[in-house]
Design a protein around this ligand. Sequence first.
Ligand code: IDP
Length: 162
Amino acid sequence: FLFATKFVNMAGNTTLTMIKPGAVRRNLIGPILGMITEHGFKVEALKLTKLSARQAAKFYEVHRGKPFYDGLVNYMSSGPIVAAIIRKDNAVAEFRELIGNTDPEKASEGTIRKLFAESLSHNAVHGSDSDENAAKEAAFFFSETERFCPEEWHCDEDMEAY
Ligand code: IDP
């Protein structure tokens, strides 16, 4: 059992999402959180907040130097966002499947980006791309006392990994 638990936890059970400024402006917080929870994700932490340009630049540091970086930083700091830690087995991969391709024109039918994105740069939501980044991004937005886990969700085993 212990081995099984550890093994399951190797593919992390949490990921970090943001509902981007354009989707918040278009009043899509409810529909997007609804899709997330309908697909079996539990909400472990949640906040409405706004990134400064400096914070957005830090969050997207890996893209520094790319042609879309300045536009991305400007956009992501242009208004309030919703940040959330969400939980499901194999959360990173499962959530990237639910949000669809970065470019909404390439995203599958029924995905969040297909349904709600305006364009490649204004693509409604963020989802972490690895367990390592999920942990980093969760820590960027939330402190330990801002994440909650009812006993029924059995989060304790992987809490140590944070
Ligand atoms: P992801 O969000 O699907 O993981 P990344 O490649 O990590 O995609 O890019 C981060 C964000 O930067 C994307 O969600 C998108 O909003 C924006 N972006 C990525 N590529 C382009 C581009 O070629 N033009 C404009 N914006 C882009």
